[in-house]
Write a protein that binds this ligand. Structure first.
Ligand SMILES: *Cc1c(COP(=O)(O)O)cnc(C)c1O
Length: 377
């Protein structure tokens, strides 16, 4: 028997989340962001469920090629654009749209030999200070692009730094608008949090969204919900697209004073029963999720005990007398009972975000690609 750990991908949840995001941005076309191998879910595993999107956005030409191989003929957008001149040949060959965020990328376009002009997304840095032209450079960059025979339609894009936090998107949306209001072209603004935030704002204050012809949603498609710095701000209608499950492979009985795991960081205060689970940081479970991180045993809430090691972690079974060797352990997502442990709760306990957990799923973890969602308990 293989080691009992398994990641389950739920296409039904992906479809559901796509529909939730569509409802939240009904007037925009939607990029399904599938960078980092679909946030760790596997491009091949999510493709059919997300094929109702208007396009796929990612970073790697190799991932774009995989989408074309799967039969996707619609738009594909390279979110960081090209890295060298040769990449533009791949864009021509695979019909990829690409971001232009710096002068060097315009230089490459000018040097690219093609008879078929390319669709580009001009990126404006509205405050994130990661990629993009400063607001005062946007017009000059647009004018340069517009003069190139290699360039077809030019869209305008920016990225929000605080869509999921208390600062919000207002200032950046205004900076973007001020820099681009007199330039033609489609607008492409919001990530998942901004899209869901619109809905929240609309409900709380009647505010509407900055106009966006395209939205770029990633994390919410996979079922993680932003909390905007106020837990429960958005009712979570999202469903987990990934469940990570394993089993208890050993049981230990502790006396008061006994310790658990490397560094003896956990000391039992009283007699306890613990389970050893076949899951560790080499599977992608964060090492920071030591003592106190929530998980489910046979669908019942429990917590980790001691340090996470490479291949194993320990779980408290003191309150779960009927669970022992072979018990199902859900690290995040749905237990087979239908109970849900949100990946966001695990991320929070580990001092990180759901993005990192999803993306870190190790290749050694077998994936069940077409897992049905369990009935709610
Ligand atoms: C990753 C990414 C997104 C998607 O963000 P989510 O928070 O996952 O919705 C959107 N735009 C850009 C530029 C990105 O890099």
């Amino acid at each position: 028997m293989p080691r009992p750990i398994q990641a389950l991908i739920h296409p039904e949840a992906l479809r559901h989340n796509l529909a939730v995001l569509r409802q939240s941005a009904p007037d925009a076309r939607l990029w399904a962001v599938v960078k980092a191998n679909a946030y760790g879910h596997g491009i091949e595993h999510v493709f059919a469920a997300l094929a109702g999107a208007d396009g796929f956005a990612l970073l790697d030409i190799e991932e774009a090629r995989r989408l074309r191989t799967l039969g996707w003929r619609g738009p594909i957008l390279l979110l960081e654009g090209v890295f060298e001149l040769r990449d533009l040949e791949a864009c021509s060959r695979l019909d990829l749209w690409h971001t232009v965020h710096c002068e060097a990328q315009i230089d490459m376009l000018a040097a690219h030999k093609t008879h078929v002009p390319q669709r580009v997304f001009l990126k404006v840095n509205s405050g994130m200070n990661r990629l993009g032209f400063a607001p005062h450079q946007a017009r000059a960059a647009w004018t340069r692009l517009n003069a190139l025979p290699q360039v077809d339609e030019i869209s305008l894009m920016t990225h929000f730094s605080d869509a999921d936090g208390p600062l919000g998107i207002g200032d950046q949306a205004m900076a973007f608008e001020a820099a681009t209001s007199d330039l033609p072209g489609e607008r492409c603004l919001s990530n998942s949090a901004a899209v869901l935030r619109h809905k929240l704002h609309a409900r709380q204050s009647g505010q509407s969204l900055p106009a966006s012809d395209w939205v770029r949603t990633g994390i919410a498609l996979y079922g993680s919900a932003p909390d905007f710095g106020q837990p429960d701000a958005v009712p979570t209608e999202l469903q987990a697209a990934m469940s990570l499950r394993s089993q208890v492979i050993a049981v230990q009985h502790l006396q008061a004073g006994d310790t658990v795991g490397y560094g003896s960081s956990f000391v039992a205060q009283r007699p306890m029963r613990i389970g050893i689970v076949a899951c560790g940081y080499a599977d992608g479970y964060p090492r920071n999720c030591g003592t106190g991180t929530p998980l489910l045993v046979d669908g019942q809430p429990s917590r980790t005990i001691g340090r996470v090691s490479m291949d194993m972690l320990a779980v408290d079974l003191s309150e779960l007398p009927t669970s022992g060797q072979g018990a199902e352990v859900t690290l995040w997502g749905y237990a087979s009972s239908g109970a849900l442990l949100p990946i966001d709760a695990v991320a929070q306990a580990g001092g990180t975000v759901a993005y990192e957990l999803m993306c870190a799923l190790a290749t050694r973890v077998p994936v069940l690609a077409d897992a049905a969602l369990p009935e709610a308990p």
